[in-house]
Write a protein that binds this ligand. Structure first.
Ligand code: SF4
Length: 377
């Protein structure tokens, strides 16, 4: 299984917490679409023996593109790659872009999954984050989208300053009232160079509280599990049969090609990433060059990646796989490092699979970094 990710590097405005790559100037939008198609053509040989099962429009804000542009890009995938009969085709969309007419256009196109950036149903949260939509738009777009799509995911953010547990629960309940099949939830984090970072530094808003984020995380797990969702990855919850195929493939180490500025690719042995700059990307593509850097993954890098993704997902870390793929020295090291977390009930081993316990889930990234290897190879 393999996938194609297409990065649409434009947003209407900059959300205060965001450090993804995007431009708020739409001037080069049409030029960018042509460049993305050209990159798809350039790179078809990388997937000569692969069948594409997922196409994912991420960003940025893919819903700033017209339906014609989106169709043009999907057509370019079909013209240059082998695609399975019913691929999962996801479009990330923001509520302010979704009205009835547009949702119907999407529903009549090959797009069959929407991932909607709701973030919160409360006006004050949306303003604090500088989102382009308001709470009414978030609810209205879900009411429309659920009439035309059965595969919908929404994003929510928790751990915001002064967000009470009651308010967070209300956000989850509002999401559940739309009967959607997938929810991705992220703790608010402060990335350098963002407006949020400056606001916290200047004291305009209070620092984030890890304990509060942890409480929100546990409320989330309990509420969504009660409602039939499976917590299949640290930040992702899906009803059975509605896990994101695109993201699951990524966590299971499948190959993918990332098209567009800042997009990452993985071929099983190396990772590459395109330049995070729209003018440089456009210039390189116009000169028939691929603006990317590549890193060959060492055995240790591959071990570390497996540890990180394994601990974040319900599939865990197979100790048999560590032994067969990496060797007994890696397995011994892992046993040794994991020991203290097992005695603290943060990790557990079941059927020779190492996983986080409910208590350990929130800490999985920190635990993973303690299981990483730095010096072998
Ligand atoms: S819409 Fe998404 S990508 Fe764009 S600034 Fe906001 S969070 Fe970042």
């Amino acid at each position: 299984m393999s996938g194609i990710y297409i990065h649409i590097p434009f947003c209407k405005q900059a959300c205060h917490y965001c450090d993804f790559h995007f431009s708020t100037s739409m001037k080069k939008k049409e030029e960018m679409v042509l460049a993305l198609v050209k990159e798809l053509e350039f790179r078809k040989d990388e997937f000569q023996n692969e069948v594409v099962e997922t196409i994912y429009f991420g960003g940025g804000t893919p819903s700033v593109l017209s339906i014609d542009d989106l169709r043009f890009l999907v057509d370019a995938v079909y013209q240059n790659y082998q695609v399975v009969e019913h691929p999962e085709i996801t479009l990330e969309a923001n509520p302010d872009d979704l009205n009835t007419e547009i949702v119907i256009q999407y529903a009549n196109s090959p797009i069959n999954r929407l991932s909607i950036g709701v973030q919160s149903f409360f006006e004050d949260d949306l303003q604090l984050m500088n989102r382009a939509h308001n709470s009414e738009e978030a609810k209205r777009c879900l009411a429309v989208a659920t009439q035309h799509f059965d595969n919908i995911s929404i994003d929510l953010i928790y751990g915001m300053p002064n967000m009470s547990n009651k308010k967070w629960l209300k956000n989850i309940e509002t999401a559940l009232s739309f009967n959607i099949s997938h929810i991705s939830c992220y703790a608010l984090t402060v990335e350098p160079k963002t407006a949020l970072y400056k606001m916290i530094k200047s004291g305009t808003i209070s620092t984030l509280d890890d304990d509060l984020a942890q409480q929100h995380f546990h409320i989330l797990i309990d509420k969504l599990q009660e409602n039939g969702f499976v917590h299949y990855e640290l930040s992702n919850f899906g009803k059975p049969n509605y896990f994101s195929k695109n993201n699951t493939a990524y966590w299971l180490g499948k190959k993918y090609i990332g098209i567009g500025p800042s997009a990452h690719s993985f071929n099983g042995k190396s990772r590459s990433w395109n330049v995070s700059n729209n003018p440089l990307y456009l210039k390189a593509i116009a000169e028939n060059k691929l603006p990317s850097e590549t890193e060959i993954l060492s055995k240790t890098d591959q071990y570390n990646e497996y540890i990180m993704t394994g601990l974040r997902t319900i599939w865990g870390i197979s100790l048999d796989r560590i032994d067969s793929e990496f060797g007994s020295s890696y397995l011994e090291y892992l046993h040794h490092q994991a020991e203290k977390y097992i005695s603290d009930n943060l990790l557990e081993v079941e059927n020779n699979i190492l996983k986080t316990t409910k208590k350990g889930k929130f800490l999985s990234d920190g635990i993973a970094s303690d299981l990483f290897l730095l010096n072998l190879n």
